[in-house]
Write a protein that binds this ligand. Structure first.
Ligand code: PEP
Ligand code: MN
Length: 361
């Protein structure tokens, strides 16, 4: 298991509650657009501002960011609103300029996380800085590569560190621009429980319509925060115009989320505990019954061996599945689930009987 040294607070002088929200435009486009978006967000209570200054674009010719001059606009945002400001970095030069312009936090984009050489170069440049660092998942669903990037950054002494889950590329059409594949950030959390994880619904969805659904899912999985793109004029934005929202819509979205309690006190939850006890008891009974079933299957195995008949008879197998299907329908249990379950039970029986046969042949 990776062992990362993580600070308890990403921004020590900010009081942050779940969900931590980072918002701002995909790209800083003009000074007015940048500052007006920040002011609108700040007036609504948001404390961490994002804007892309250098944009990694898939095809040449698209808007590739305003570059260094945008850093001056962000410095102004910081001064005029008191917000923390956050940019994407993809090289050591970007880090140097971020430090020069007193940027508070940087994120490593998905197209950069995939490259250990570049991540190491960025890490070496981060050494000795006070920057907060976010590492987006690599574009491909490779958990170790994501963890490796986090380790490289942590190894140089960066402890104000968090992961951003922004979904994973697929070829062809999908409901999402980058399907979330929740099992990957869940496994990241299992392996590094003290690492904050934020979800980026904007780049997962690629549209405005699904933002709330993904944000709620992230909260229900007990992730720490959300990075959502916002813009004072989303339809006219120079990049990712389909997915950006007005600051006010962002406020409405965040206010509409149901934030459930993950650390409930056990004693106070007698009802839940009572039901859990019942589930525990039923599960132990299921295991006992399975044991009995396996014992009988072993006896059948011995009979087959003595009588010299094959272990597998497809007629019997079809009959078994068909009858379990009918029982499931009658009982109101999902029959597809029951078939899956009995296929697995049957496979185990066959394996056991095979072992027996081998002993006697
Ligand atoms: C972004 O946050 O604007 C961005 C380019 O993100 P990603 O690296 O997730 O594509
Ligand atoms: Mn974007």
């Amino acid at each position: 298991m990776p062992n990362l040294n993580i600070s308890p607070n990403l921004f020590p002088n900010l009081e942050l509650r779940r969900p931590i929200v980072i918002s701002g435009p995909c790209s800083a486009e003009t000074e007015t657009q940048t500052i007006e978006t920040a002011k609108a967000l700040s007036a609504l209570g948001f404390k961490i501002f994002r804007a892309g200054i250098w944009k990694p674009r898939t095809r040449p010719g698209a808007f590739e960011g305003v570059g260094k001059k945008g850093l001056g606009w962000l410095k102004k945002v910081r001064k005029e609103t008191g917000m923390k400001v956050c940019i994407e970095v993809a090289s050591k030069q970007h880090i140097r300029q971020a430090v020069e312009y007193e940027i508070d936090a940087v994120w490593i984009g998905s197209r950069t996380t995939v490259n250990p050489f570049v991540v190491q170069e960025i890490a070496d440049e981060l050494s000795g800085t006070d920057l907060t660092v976010f590492v987006k998942n690599p574009v491909n669903p490779d958990l170790d590569l994501w963890i490796g990037a986090l380790e490289r950054i942590n190894n140089v002494g960066i402890t104000k560190l968090a992961a951003i889950h922004r979904g994973f590329s697929v070829y062809g059409h999908s409901r999402y621009r980058n399907p979330p594949q929740w099992q990957i950030p869940i496994e990241l959390h299992r392996q590094i429980p003290n690492l904050p994880i934020l979800t980026d619904p904007s780049h997962i969805c690629g549209n405005r319509e699904l933002l709330r659904e993904i944000s709620q899912e992230a909260m229900d999985l007990n992730f720490d925060g959300l990075m959502i793109e916002s813009h004072i004029n989303p339809e006219e934005s120079w990049s990712d115009s389909q997915q950006q929202i007005l600051p006010l819509r962002l406020k409405e979205l965040i206010d509409s989320l149901v934030i459930r309690n993950a650390n409930f006190e056990n004693e106070k939850n007698e009802k839940l505990n009572e039901y859990r006890k019942q589930i525990d008891y039923i599960d132990s009974q299921i295991i006992e019954l399975l044991k009995e079933r396996m014992n009988i299957s072993e006896i059948i195995g011995k009979l087959k061996q003595v009588q010299n008949i094959t272990i597998f008879q497809s007629g019997r197998y079809d009959e078994l599945l068909e009858s379990r299907f009918k029982i499931a329908v009658q009982a109101g249990v999902n029959p597809d689930f029951i078939i899956k379950l009995f296929k697995s039970i049957h496979e185990e029986s066959i394996n056991k009987q095979n072992e027996l046969m081998k002993k006697f042949s």
